[in-house]
Write a protein that binds this ligand. Structure first.
Ligand SMILES: [Fe+2]
Length: 312
């Protein structure tokens, strides 16, 4: 026991801590002070961090070729992501901004729901800067820079997808305005909870875990799948997964769990199709059709609710 402690100490002296998930004091301090938007102190990435990126990228590369949709593959190419080193967000943005106006902005971690959607409306993607340890490539409950930059950002190079995210962000504004008109605090909170749940479920089953039709069958466009070595294959090939054409009424009423492979996935025809669905979601919101969705996951926390109430 004693010698183990001693080895760990020696290693921490030899190898700098880097910007590793759940092991970065700088991030914890920012969170303690309520700082959401931060800088990316690039020089702090350790060789261990770059090794994690390199391993993640190299094993995903062949899976992307096989399972990812064409817009994503084009996006990875357009962003000139380096397979060897953790990306510098400034460099990513230099390629991204001229294409759709989107940019990746570093954040310290969790960001309340309204603020997150509002960022999308302003073509900004809140981006985690830490990376998982190189010996834990598979399971990570928190997002990291591989999920955010290699999983999400390549999609933001596509015009129709980018417009979909902006439209989704606008829905959050509509929701906050509608909430302001509801009399009675209890009813306001109940209805807003239902609306946030509906939006979170729609986002989950499309942006995070969506499938798309293509010439050669189904392909993945959801970022949760695009950043998972195991689940990207499971999502397309496993007989255990149910895959259905998306229906808004189903997606917004379907609870989901985040700690295992998804047993149910929804298919869109194209990003134009996805955009039209978000337009429709916005209409449903105005008509009150999101006010009573099925209870269940995801839970809506107080900070998420407050972020909407403070804007209403
Ligand atoms: Fe994500």
């Amino acid at each position: 026991m004693w010698s183990g402690g001693s080895m760990a100490q020696t290693r921490s002296i030899v190898e700098p801590p880097g910007l590793t998930t759940n092991r970065t004091p700088l991030i914890e301090e920012a969170q303690r002070h309520g700082e959401i938007f931060i800088q990316q102190p690039y020089e702090l990435y350790s060789e261990e961090n770059h090794r994690a990126w390199r391993r993640l990228f190299s094993r995903m590369d062949t899976r992307w070729e096989r399972y990812a949709n064409e817009h994503f593959l084009k996006g990875v190419h357009s962003l000139c992501l380096d397979p060897e080193r953790v990306p510098k967000l400034e460099d990513v943005n230099r390629f991204l901004r001229p294409l759709t106006g989107f940019q990746a902005r570093p954040v310290s971690g969790y960001i309340p729901a309204f603020l997150f959607f509002d960022c999308l409306r302003n073509r900004t993607f809140p981006t985690t800067i830490t990376i998982r340890p190189s010996d834990k490539l598979d399971y990570l409950p928190e997002p990291d820079i591989f999920h955010d930059v290699a999983g999400h950002v390549p999609m933001h190079t596509d015009r129709a997808f980018a417009e979909t995210l902006v439209r989704f962000g606008e829905c959050a504004h509509t929701a906050a305005e509608l909430a302001a008109d509801i009399r009675g605090e209890q009813e306001r909170i109940r209805r807003l909870t239902s609306i946030i749940q509906a939006m979170a479920r729609f986002f989950w089953f499309t942006v995070e875990f969506g499938l798309m039709r293509s010439k050669d069958g189904l392909r993945v466009y959801g970022s949760g799948l695009l950043s998972s070595f195991g689940e990207i294959e499971h999502a397309i090939d496993s007989a255990e997964v149910q895959r259905y054409p998306i229906q808004i009424e189903w997606a917004i009423n379907q609870p989901f769990e985040i700690d295992h492979y998804q047993p149910l996935l929804f298919i869109v025809d194209s990003f134009d199709h996805l955009f039209s669905l978000v337009e429709e979601l916005g209409e449903w919101l105005k008509q009150g059709k999101l006010n009573h969705v099925a209870p269940g996951e995801p839970a809506v926390n107080e900070r998420d609710l407050k972020s909407f109430l403070d804007r209403s």
